[in-house]
Design a binder for this molecule. Structure first.
Ligand code: ATP
Length: 460
């Protein structure tokens, strides 16, 4: 279904109103590029990460999880190239206000692709297009701005004390490649997977959780023989497509952008950006998938002096090549919410609901007594709640307002089913309905009578 252009604003406001996402450090005026996840946001995020881990690690024999430290020896980032120009964005300043902008983004808005341009070419393009800052003032010449956050470790001063907050989880896997080989004896092809925080000092954080300074990634480094990279690339590409369907994202809202050869990083032979059609924004990166040759392991071998070779049973030694699927949790979170956000009419009233897949919904089901001042109803509802809570964990107790209001509230946070315990459950009016409850479906609003003993099976 085509979403209206203001869907994003509506999603952002729903996120705040319903406890999904709050501005970071809000009571102190916020901190740009940071967002805090509230109770329902954590639940949705955890569900995304859990499903990802299940699909890419637990359900497979060829994947191994790791969880490396966020702080790493600074030499890691020298070896990976992150301390150099490769991890910089071109920055220009408003010469009057000092505000900073990404030169490539300003050029993109003017229809110029700045990918691969030198600083001189960027300055020339800005001059050609007579670009000024969004405030109308002249722009400074472009300079490279490194995106890594720096800090110091312990009481050491000088260069030895320097550390960086990791700008990607990937390097934590490369530096543990040898450890996993030695401890787990994996057979090629195999992958390492990691989920965790990454930090980038983005020049212009924007668009809700799309571009932030602190975010989470779910990444895989998949090690293959050079000769097999194309076959393995195709297989992982299909797995990524399956993942996006599992998130409930419609095929027509996903686009696979084949990065042109001349825009590829020098070590990459092929890169596909998986883009999502964010309402009002259009297609933009959701996840990346790159064939990185043996670039990373080779560099770490050179810089650390530790062998990164894989040894075949017949004694052949080689440095494996790597395929890297890289997913941003926040971008998946945003895509899932935009896709799920639906407005319709039910019972002659406009309603908003999140059509979330069952495995992603913050609450699997909500339970309520028809009336909260009738102890018998409450007691029975509490029993049903306890039974379901034990089974599913994420079950909501909702006795605020009348039943209609509860349904609307649960619809808005995407709860797939609501259960109401009423007088019929108590067997007071129709004995044949004793110990049955009303189960209401979020998407259709239809209600069914289900025996308490069959509820778990029904919901599963
Ligand atoms: P972009 O071009 O949008 O800056 P990128 O190509 O630099 O992204 P990668 O380095 O490939 O991104 O990172 C892998 C994934 O991590 C991205 O596909 C995205 O989902 C996520 N990601 C990267 N930077 C950010 C950020 N600043 N905020 C939120 N997610 C991010």
């Amino acid at each position: 279904m085509e979403k209206s252009v203001d869907t994003m604003e509506k999603v952002v406001s729903l996120c705040k109103r319903r406890g999904f996402v709050f501005q970071g450090s809000e009571i102190y005026g916020g901190l740009k590029g940071t967002w805090d996840f509230g109770p329902l946001g954590v639940a949705l995020n955890n569900n995304i990460k859990r499903e990802w881990w299940k699909m890419f690690v637990e359900s497979r024999e060829d994947m191994y999880g790791v969880d490396a430290a966020i702080l790493m020896n600074a030499k890691v980032w020298e070896a990976s190239g992150h301390t150099g120009a490769g991890f910089c964005d071109p920055l220009v300043e408003d010469t009057e206000t000092g505000e900073r902008f990404r030169a490539d983004h300003l050029l993109k808005d003017a229809g110029v692709d700045a990918e691969g341009m030198t600083l001189e070419e960027i300055d020339a393009a800005i001059a050609d297009h007579r670009l000024v800052s969004p405030k109308g003032n002249p722009l400074s010449p472009a300079r490279q701005f490194n995106l890594m956050f720096e800090s110091r470790i312990g009481a050491t001063s000088g260069a030895e004390g320097k550390v960086y907050l990791r700008p990607e989880t990937a390097q934590g896997m490369f530096v543990n490649f040898k450890n996993v080989l030695d401890s787990m004896s994996p057979k090629i092809p195999f992958g390492l997977a990691q989920v965790g925080k990454a930090f980038r000092n983005e020049i212009a954080p924007r668009e809700f959780v799309f571009r932030v300074r602190e975010f989470e990634q779910m990444e895989i480094e998949y090690f293959v023989k050079e000769a097999d990279w194309e076959t393995e690339f195709d297989k992982l590409r299909t797995d990524i497509q399956t993942w996006h369907r599992h998130l409930g994202l419609a095929d027509e809202n996903i686009r696979e952008y084949e990065v042109p050869k001349n825009d590829l990083a020098h070590y990459s032979k092929r890169t596909i950006d998986f883009e999502y059609n964010y309402p009002g924004k259009g297609f933009d990166e959701l996840a990346g998938f790159a064939y990185r040759t043996d670039h990373d392991l080779k560099n770490h071998m050179q810089h650390s002096g530790v062998s990164m070779e894989y040894i075949e049973p017949d004694g052949t030694r080689y440095i494996p090549h790597v395929l890297e699927p890289s997913f941003g949790v926040g971008r998946a979170f945003m895509a899932v919410l935009c896709e799920a956000y639906t407005e319709d009419e039910m019972g002659g009233e406009a309603r908003t609901y999140l059509k979330l897949p069952v495995h992603l919904a913050p609450y699997r089901v909500a339970v309520s007594p028809l009336l909260k001042n009738k102890p018998q109803l409450v007691e029975k509802a509490r029993d049903v709640f306890a039974m379901l809570k034990k089974e599913f964990g994420n079950v909501a107790w909702d006795d605020n307002g009348n039943v209609g209001k509860r349904y609307r509230r649960q619809d808005e946070i995407g709860t797939p089913h609501c259960i109401v315990i009423d007088f019929e459950t108590l067997g007071e009016e129709k004995p044949e309905l004793a110990d049955t409850v009303t189960v209401r479906d979020r998407d259709t609003g239809e209600q069914e009578r289900v025996a308490i003993g069959e509820l778990i099976g029904y919901l599963k």
